[in-house]
Design a protein around this ligand. Structure first.
Ligand SMILES: O=C(O)C(=O)C[C@]1(C(=O)O)C=C[C@@H](O)C=C1
Length: 237
């Protein structure tokens, strides 16, 4: 009999969602409230409601997400996750939620200095990078000369640039757009023309066509009935 996560989730009465909690506006673990919030957290609650069960969030990290997911820690992983071919070998993805891509963010006085990879990839430039996700793989593939400074706490990483301990970060354009609002002094560099093409989607169990069909249909409806727009506008203004 084929794996049927939709039936298992329905029977359990709970949808378990793996999420990192370190990536605004998609997933953020608010330390004061000890609760997850963000666009994909609201979407996860909506998905659980659509199935007719409650949502339970399971904290993961970019480094351990695939192992946690394939190990059965959760039914779906959500929170600004990019579709990649290595991940696609181990799991299904939903239809894409949005298009994104890698863009520099730096102190505003430096926006003209870091427009191209050639300008960035120099020995006197320090790029701060969060470990374990597509930001790290992009940096390792593209940078030959620049100094790569791994900084594990993604909720504080942008302060490294503001404080002058790093020159820039290269991350998703959506994140650079939000962080330049949250941290005056930081500016996104051409977020409308990112270096890469990447799509965000939700990670689903490998081979489970029934569950994927349900999630895809739910997401298709929310992308067209205003549900997604309403949720994302609440976090992005
Ligand atoms: O790995 C991914 O899919 C992501 O898009 C997550 C990722 C990353 O690329 O490292 C993107 C932006 C955040 O700053 C943190 C993590």
């Amino acid at each position: 009999e084929p794996a049927d996560r939709l039936a298992a989730v329905t029977q359990a009465g709970v949808l378990k969602i793996c999420t990192t909690g370190d990536y605004k506006p998609f997933t953020y673990l608010d330390p004061a409230k000890n609760a997850f919030e963000g666009i994909d957290i609201d979407m996860a609650k909506d998905l659980a409601a659509a199935i007719g069960v409650k949502a339970e969030f399971v904290k993961t990290s970019w480094k351990t997400m695939m192992a946690d997911f394939t190990g059965g820690a959760c039914d779906v992983a959500m929170g600004g996750i990019s579709i990649t071919l290595p991940r696609q070998k181990q799991a299904f993805f939903s239809v894409p939620v949005m298009v994104d891509g890698k863009t520099p963010i730096t102190r505003c006085e430096n926006v003209d200095k870091f427009e191209t990879i050639t300008q960035i990839d120099r020995p006197d430039v320090t790029l701060v990078v969060n470990p374990g996700g597509t930001n790290e793989s992009f940096a390792r593939e593209t940078m030959k000369a620049a100094k790569i400074d791994l900084f594990p706490d993604n909720t504080k990483i942008f302060d490294e640039i503001l404080a002058g301990r790093a020159d820039l970060m290269i991350t998703d354009a959506s994140e650079t757009r939000l962080q330049q609002k949250l941290r005056p002094g930081l500016c996104a560099v051409h977020p409308d023309q990112p270096f890469t093409f990447a799509e965000k989607a939700y990670l689903l169990p490998q081979g489970d066509e029934v569950f994927k069909a349900f999630v895809d249909q739910w997401l298709h409806l929310r992308l067209h009935d205003g549900g997604y727009r309403k949720i994302s506008a609440a976090w992005l203004g």
